[in-house]
Design a protein around this ligand. Structure first.
Ligand code: XIL
Length: 360
């Protein structure tokens, strides 16, 4: 017993010294602190799913992504492989392979799947964008698509973003997509109904960005929701994408937008969370100061979500695993961005700790 204690003491002293030296070097090199707590996010929450955006080719058993997903998350969303241009690239030719891989992986590992996204103007396949048939035929194509997807994943995919980004950024008007042009102003209601008819148990969401800061968009979305509810059009939840930065939206804006979703009695999904550290392009390495600012923002967002009534909670999904994978780098054509919870070496960032602290 005594020998074991002495052994343990010596062992941990050596480990501690090695770690603190390594940490010092890393800090000197301005690399993220490695002493962040490693509590898995999913162990810290009981009332909603903590989700991750995934890609099929990163799910091989034993890969670093796989290990982290299994350790940290309870829900996954396909980052792009369940969008229409991937599943139905040409008329009649369904390509389910990557979507199936993602869903099968979830089932094998007991994870929830949130489906994303049935109707999105940025993932409309060419053949539908330039559809040569009549408007009635177009609508039939969309009905068939939604029906096929929902039926294939019935009982496997819990929820769907039926409409993604259907409202313009200014003027509170409907985005003039091919769906609106071909199916009329009420196309979202039609798609929601197609989805409900195909899988009555799937929870149906409207998903959009800028929901905390863009009040004309917020107003329009909640007008649509109220109208759908009045007409008994199925709508279960609303997704706030939460592509935000360490500077904005401020806490109050997030709270007001969140309260509005609660007042409408819908589920609320913070669906694509990432927090930019360099929106003004004023840093070339992730500084300690900026990493802390990001950590505090993660904490704030998670705290707000964690404090809403559990009946309105669904999931809080993070849009990517590690900084250098983020869609924001190519999107802004700038590699100097570190928006996620892990750094490029799969090390925990302060942001991860902020997320954990928000849950406490
Ligand atoms: C992005 C993915 O992250 C990229 O991999 C893909 O190439 C394009 O789409 N809003 C959305 C998401 O609803 O589907 C987008 O995801 C990011 C913005």
């Amino acid at each position: 017993m005594f020998i074991k204690s002495v052994f343990n003491m010596l062992f941990f002293t050596v480990i501690f010294m090695t770690c603190s030296e390594k940490e010092k070097t890393l800090q000197e090199e301005n690399i993220i602190n490695i002493t962040e707590p490693k509590t898995p996010l999913k162990n810290a929450t009981k009332t909603f799913f903590v989700g991750m955006a995934v890609r099929a080719n990163r799910l091989e058993d034993g890969s670093e992504y796989d290990k982290i997903i299994k350790r940290e998350y309870e829900s996954i969303t396909a980052e792009y492989e369940m969008k229409m241009n991937v599943i139905l690239p040409s008329k009649g030719n369904y390509n389910w392979s990557n979507a199936d891989k993602i869903v099968d992986y979830a089932i094998a590992n007991g994870l929830n799947v949130h489906g994303h996204a049935l109707i999105w103007h940025e993932s409309t396949p060419e053949w539908l964008e330039n559809y040569s048939g009549t408007d009635e035929e177009f609508e039939q194509e969309i009905k068939e698509y939604i029906t096929n997807v929902l039926q294939r994943y019935k009982g496997k995919v819990t929820s769907w973003d039926v409409i993604n980004e259907g409202v313009n950024n200014s003027g509170g008007t409907l985005r003039n997509t091919v769906f609106r042009q071909r199916m009329g102003d009420d196309y979202m209601a039609k798609c929601l109904q197609f989805a409900r008819d195909a899988d009555p148990n799937a929870m149906l969401f409207y998903n959009d960005y800028g929901m905390c800061t863009n009040i004309s968009k917020q107003n329009k979305v909640f007008d649509l929701v109220a109208d759908w509810k009045n007409r008994n059009i199925p709508i279960d939840g609303i997704g706030y994408q939460m592509h935000i930065s360490y500077l904005k939206p401020i806490r109050q804006q997030i709270e007001i937008a969140t309260d509005r979703a609660i007042a409408s009695d819908l589920l609320l999904h913070y669906s694509e969370l990432d927090i930019r550290t360099n929106p003004n392009n004023d840093i070339t390495v992730l500084t300690e100061e900026r990493a802390i600012a990001q950590k505090l923002k993660y904490k704030e967002v998670v705290q707000i979500y964690n404090s809403i009534p559990t009946k309105n909670q669904y999931a809080l999904t993070i849009w990517g695993m590690k900084d250098d994978d983020s869609w924001l780098l190519p999107h802004h054509n700038n590699d100097n961005e570190w928006p996620l919870l892990y750094d490029k070496s799969f090390d925990f960032k302060k942001a991860h700790t902020g997320f954990l602290e928000g849950l406490n």
